[in-house]
Every structure is written in C-alpha cells, then in structure tokens.
Design a protein around this ligand. Sequence first.
Ligand code: PMP
Length: 304
Amino acid sequence: MSDYSNLLVYLDGEFVAWNDARIHVFTPAVKYGAAVFEGIRGYWNADTEKMYLFRLEEHMRRLELSQRIMRFGRIVPAETMMEATVDLIRRNAFRAAVHIRPTVYVAGAGESNAQTPIGTFITAIARDTPKKVERGVRAQISSWQRISDNVMPARAKANGNYNNSRYAGLQAAKDGYDAAIFLNSRGKLSEGQAMCLFLVRNGVAVTPSATSDILESITRDTVIRLLREKGIEVQERDVDRSEFFDASEAFFCGTGAEITPIIDVDGDAIGAGTPGELTRALQATYFDLAFGRSNPDHAWLTAV
Ligand code: PMP
C-alpha cells in the first residue's frame, strides 16, 4: 500500500495532514455517493524546475458543470478550486509528476435529496505515466452497458458513475483483457472506464460524439485540436463497433490514460497489433505540450 502520510490535503479551506483528512460516515457523499470530482495531471519539467498543471481551468469548469447537473445547493467556483490546487502543489513541494483529485460533495447528515451543506477536498499524489501508454492495451467490448443520460448522466463526473465502470473493468480483467469499452443504450460505441476513444479509418480520426453517453473529456478535446493542427480530419459522430474491423489504429485518451494505444479488440488485432504511427506521433506532441517542452507559455499550462 502506498504511504501518503507526509502529504498535505486541502479540506474545506484548510491544509491538513493526510491522516487527518476525514469526513463523517453519515455524510450523503458516503451514504449515497453524492459527490463529484476531477482528475488533473501536473507534469514536472526538470529543466525549468516547474510543475505544469494541464488545463487546470477547464477541469475546474467541468467540476462546476458536474455540481450543476447533480443539483448541488451551492456551486463551488472554479477560481476557488484553482487557487487551492496551486497552493496545495506548492505546499507539498513536489518534484515529480502528480495526479490531483479535487472533490466537491454533499456534507452534513442529510438524506439522499440533500443539496447542502457542501464540502470540498483536494488530494495530490506523485504519479507517473502508466506502462500501458508505451505498450498499448487489449480491450474487451463489455457486456455491461454505459449508463445513459436519463439514468445517470455520464456528462457529470459523479463518483457514483464509477460503479458502472467498475462492473466492466472487473469483467474485462477476469476475462484476461486490459481494458473495457462500453456500448451505450443505442448500441453505439461510448467510452472506456475512465477514458474516451478514437479510431483511425482511412486516415480519418473518428470518435463517439458528445451525445454518446461519454464524459466530455478534456483530453478528447485536446486530441481533436492536435489532430486538426496536424491536418487530420476528425469526425465526432455515432460510431459502430464493426468500425474497429476497418480501423488501422485506435487509442484511448484521458487525463490518467493520457494517450493509450488500443492494439487489440476482443482478440482481433487493430492494424499490426502494435501502437499505430499516428498514435505515436500524437503521444509525442501531447507530452511535449504537457511537459512545457514545446511551449511553456501555452494557455493550457499553469506553471507552479
Ligand atoms: N471518461 C470518463 C468516464 C472519465 O472518468 C475520464 C477521466 N476523467 C475520461 C473519460 C477522460 O476525461 P479527461 O480527458 O477529461 O480526463
């Protein structure tokens, strides 16, 4: 088990020791999963001796959206969360890549409809790029269906939504796969457990649309823009599972997953069964940007 006991946690306006960051067992967040969160990465650049937080504001704006969808009685503004995050990174004096997890939750002792009081906390821990980003993953199209917008909106990054992901993830692992891919209630491709997905067909990048029961991923937006800058056409639309049989490349994308090649779906290789050429080029561009190597003054980077 990892030991985080030397780290500080932001909790309701204070910075407290990791082992003192507690909330009560009777909070609606614990009883009913009435909480929303974000996952944000910070990339440590050893040359400039700076941490670059990637698209911090966009993440905190999405956290506002998640609170609105969940009908929280008070919306914690992005500005408050951004300031607290920068402060937390400074106080913990990280000199390695980090993963930041801000949460806004229904506190108090209310029942499942409770909308107030609202609590906040932010953790940050050291976390490197996972090995799967290099070697790629073998994915299973799950027999579990993605939650739909009129069941539990995937557009909100709500803690409870991750039970859906968990069912698919556990099944994929049991069946010997590295990752799961969801179909939505209309039978179209949706997303992975905590990542969106792209296919490359005849040189065109294709990704399920924002109305495919996905989280509106910030990395997906980054990838769309980077691909277009490379002159690659991108289509956001309904995508069928059979399109994998015609894909030369496929990849997942997300803050945690970064750009993870999909090398196989349900036992059938994608392309040569190795990470694709465009996927590799995109990874290089993405990391150069995120580490502040290509442009340390880029508007997407918050230097700490
Ligand atoms: N879908 C889901 C369900 C997720 O949890 C995540 C991770 N936040 C993503 C997609 C990727 O989103 P982002 O690129 O904003 O991290």
